[in-house]
Design a protein. Structure first.
Length: 335
């Protein structure tokens, strides 16, 4: 049985506004990632994906605040750990993060090698510049980046090269967990494929042991991860294998996400695009019942009066809905 590298248990975090209002952006989220495996997290903008990524890093600064839950990375619980200790011993070393809009994360006044030196010196202050350069040259070349990139500035690189450079810097210490927050966004299709292939190769070569890949494009995860979680309004609403989630979604929100995008594997014949009406709820005052009820095409009175827990099926698949699996399939079959 594979070792669990990352485990999150009942994590709750919030933002506190300048008016002292609480925004419950991550509400009771649990997940596991095993060594050698990758987990995808999908959902529309504002559902809490990026906040979950920051929360899992265990490095909280206002306006983001930890409420409760556990974040365990390779046996170490980050919950309540001193932020300076997290930064020195955990970030970059045990768990690394590729931020959203990574192409804009590089200071245009610094050479690429200086970013690599900063990351390594934060954990290994005695490492020589020569050793750092040799490591960087080797890693960059493996990732398809020529050695001279190390002496360039960010403005001298194309969008795809910037993205790969940020990935190379983030993983230079071979972290056990990589959290990639929409790493292929804002790229053309060719560059997207290159970045995705590179991330897979990094796992195969052992540069990273496991990965959490975040995106709003659920079908994209079919070619990237083994398992997929769908997130809505701060909660996980469904979890299953990539094949199940893309071709047989159970939760109405997952079904809505899939209905709004053409999946190449399905083909476009007889595929009718649909949309999800309305907007997500205000997380300053979450609904008492199901958070998707006001936008759901299959809503019942019970949905508004009862907050559903996650239902776990015999095969391990999970979904958050008041309807049974049998009822869900009956409703879908009669459409």
């Amino acid at each position: 049985m594979a070792e669990t590298i990352l485990e999150v248990k009942n994590l709750k975090t919030k933002y506190v506004t300048r008016f002292h209002e609480n925004v419950y952006a991550v509400d009771d989220v649990s997940l596991k990632v095993e060594e050698g495996k990758s987990l995808g997290i999908a959902g529309e903008s504002g559902c809490g994906k990026s906040t979950l990524a920051l929360s899992v890093m265990g490095y909280y600064f206002a306006p983001l605040h930890y409420i409760s839950g556990d974040i365990i990375v390779d046996g170490t619980n980050l919950s309540g750990m001193n932020p300076d200790k997290v930064r020195k011993n955990i970030l970059g070393n045990e768990i690394a993060y590729i931020p959203q809009s990574a192409m804009n994360a590089l200071n245009p006044t610094q050479k690429i090698i200086s970013f690599v030196e900063d990351v390594i010196h934060a954990h290994e202050p005695k490492k020589s510049k020569k050793d750092i350069y040799d490591l960087a040259r080797e890693r960059f070349e493996v990732l398809g980046l020529p050695e001279d990139v190390l002496q360039r500035h960010a403005v001298e690189l194309s969008g795809g090269m910037k993205q790969r450079t940020v990935i190379a810097i983030s993983t230079i210490l071979s972290p056990k967990v990589l959290i990639a927050d929409e790493p292929s966004s804002a790229l053309d299709v060719t560059s997207q494929k290159l970045v995705i292939r590179m991330l897979r190769e990094m796992m195969e070569k052992g540069f990273i042991k496991s990965m959490v890949f975040i995106t709003h494009e659920l079908p994209l995860l079919y070619n990237v991860t083994e398992d997929i979680m769908v997130m809505y309004a701060g909660q996980i609403v469904e979890h299953g294998s990539a094949k199940e989630m893309v071709f047989d979604p159970l939760h109405p929100y997952s079904k809505g996400l899939m209905g709004s995008i053409i999946v190449p594997e399905e083909g476009i014949r007889e595929h009718r695009l649909t949309s999800i009406p309305g907007t997500p709820p205000n997380l300053k005052h979450p609904p008492e019942g199901c958070r998707f009820a006001e936008r759901c095409a299959y809503v019942t009175p019970a949905c508004r009066g009862f907050r559903p827990d996650m239902t776990t099926l015999p095969n391990g698949r999970q979904y958050r809905c008041v309807m049974s699996e049998r009822k869900i399939r009956e409703v879908y079959d009669h459409e």
